[in-house]
Design a protein around this ligand. Structure first.
Ligand code: UGA
Length: 433
């Protein structure tokens, strides 16, 4: 099939590259010329395992092309909208970019099309898109809501082996065409879940909000564990083994971040408010997430010698909002570094993939330094704070850790083995363990 992807952000690139792998002829459009030039040469702008290879393969097989031309992009059977919908000033998603895209398509579209919305959009947006084209063209443009559930760091796998594909639509032709798009994945029938446009839109927000709720729940239990001397790993094993609960997204830590959870939960909070529905549950989820970071921060401050704080140097491992990505948007690690920045002497930063982004974020900070390797400056640091559970941090070199002046490790992801660290004569401070 001939398919276009509008916008080559994280979702657009993954969707485009994966659809080209499935054998479709894919055109990816972006208005950013330099990005399109780089992509056309096979240069992938984001760190996502497997993505760069798929882009190169697509280009080689001529299944994947990049363009800035809407005329080219509209000469297809189906268009995926992967435009960003950032949080606006009011806390509601900002649809300016989406509306610009609709106008651009409208100006050049010459044939009947299916528009598939992958972007996370407020309830009612797909009906709005339908009405927009009805008003502004004589073409038969059908709209399908197909929210994405890709996780950064495993997005390719999530696309090619999805738990489910949610499809909101209201015509037989839409069902047929979308089945054709995904047919190379050979998904069983129950994995394609058809529903109304509104249900699909709400499903996306509900899924992210539920996952965030699980995280805030376990973080609250971790705080309790700390107080009563329980171990959160044991509690997690105890409750996660109940199939009704499940063990995923029950890792306690310093809180969730990223470009999706905070924004999507806020959107649902706003929607509830608008509809006069009590929104205290999701407000609490957000509040607990903010408090969890403060809880960890205070734990560190209390454990370090307060009077010497201004002479203390910290080494931070992990800057991205989660492992296997260079994305630092809404990363709790970045927030924690900012809390400390005016209180301690020096902060050394290391991350396997996000150093470039970290540099852009902190280049103005005089007491923040950037490390090329994991253990660089360890002998000038009093304590190590682990903020992101990169596999590279899993089995640290104990001899090198012993060089920490205060011999203290604060594990914001409960990732390291407390027993092994303690045996080496190093203090281990986790969250609820
Ligand atoms: C999330 C959803 O998982 C995807 O299904 C969805 O498609 C995506 O948002 C989106 O809306 O685009 P993502 O933001 O990539 O994906 O990351 P997650 O793996 O969900 O992690 C989110 C945050 O929760 C991270 O900061 C992570 O460290 C934290 N987390 C996750 C925990 O603190 N504990 C856990 O047990 C799991």
């Amino acid at each position: 099939m001939k398919i276009s992807i509008i916008c080559t952000g994280y979702v657009g690139l993954v969707t485009g590259a994966c659809l080209s792998k499935l054998g479709h002829k894919v055109t990816c459009l972006d208005i950013d010329r330099s990005k399109i030039q780089a992509l056309s040469k096979g240069l992938c702008p984001i760190h996502e395992p497997g993505l760069s290879l798929l882009i190169k393969q697509g280009l080689r097989k001529k299944n994947l092309i990049f363009t800035t031309s809407y005329t080219k992009a509209c000469n297809v059977d189906l268009i995926f909208l992967c435009v960003d919908t950032p949080e606006g000033n009011s806390g509601e998603p900002d649809l300016t970019n989406l509306k610009n895209v609709l106008h651009s398509i409208c100006k050049v579209a010459k044939k009947n099309l299916f528009i598939v919305t992958k972007s996370t959009v407020p309830i009612g947006t797909n009906r709005y898109i339908h009405t927009f084209f009805k008003k502004n063209t004589n073409l038969n443009i059908q709209v399908i809501a197909n929210p994405e559930f890709l996780k950064e760091g495993s997005a390719i796998q999530d696309f090619l082996k999805p738990d489910r594909v949610v499809i909101g639509c209201d015509s037989k032709q839409s069902i047929e065409i979308i089945k054709k798009v995904y047919s190379p994945l050979n998904l069983s029938n129950e994995k394609l879940i058809f529903m109304s446009l509104e249900s699909a839109e709400l499903t996306k927000y509900a899924a992210n909000s539920f996952l965030a709720t699980k995280i805030s729940f376990i973080n609250k239990i971790a705080q309790l564990s700390d107080k009563i001397g329980a171990n959160i790993h044991e509690v997690k094993a105890g409750i996660g083994s109940d199939q009704r609960i499940g063990s995923q997204f029950l890792n306690a830590g310093l809180g969730y971040g990223g470009s999706c959870f905070p924004k999507d939960i806020q959107a649902l909070i706003n929607l509830e408010k608008k509809l006069n529905i009590n929104n205290s549950l999701l407000k609490a989820v957000t509040k607990i997430n903010d408090e969890q970071l403060e809880f960890f921060y205070k734990k560190i401050i209390n454990s370090l010698q307060k009077t010497k704080l201004h002479k203390t140097s910290l080494l931070i491992w992990g800057l991205s909002f989660k492992p296997n990505t260079d994305d630092i948007r809404e990363s709790v690690s970045i927030k924690l570094i900012k809390y400390f920045s005016d209180k301690v002497n020096k902060i050394y930063l290391y991350d396997p993939a996000s150093m470039k982004n970290a540099y852009a974020e902190f280049s103005e900070y005089k007491n923040i330094f950037f490390c090329d390797t994991q253990y660089q400056n360890i002998n000038d640091s009093h304590a190590l704070i682990l903020c992101t559970e990169w596999e590279a941090f899993k089995n640290p070199n104990l001899e090198k850790l012993k060089m920490l002046k205060d011999r203290k490790i604060f594990d914001g992801r409960n990732f390291l083995d407390k027993g092994i660290i303690n045996e080496a004569g190093i203090d281990y401070i986790g969250l609820g363990s």
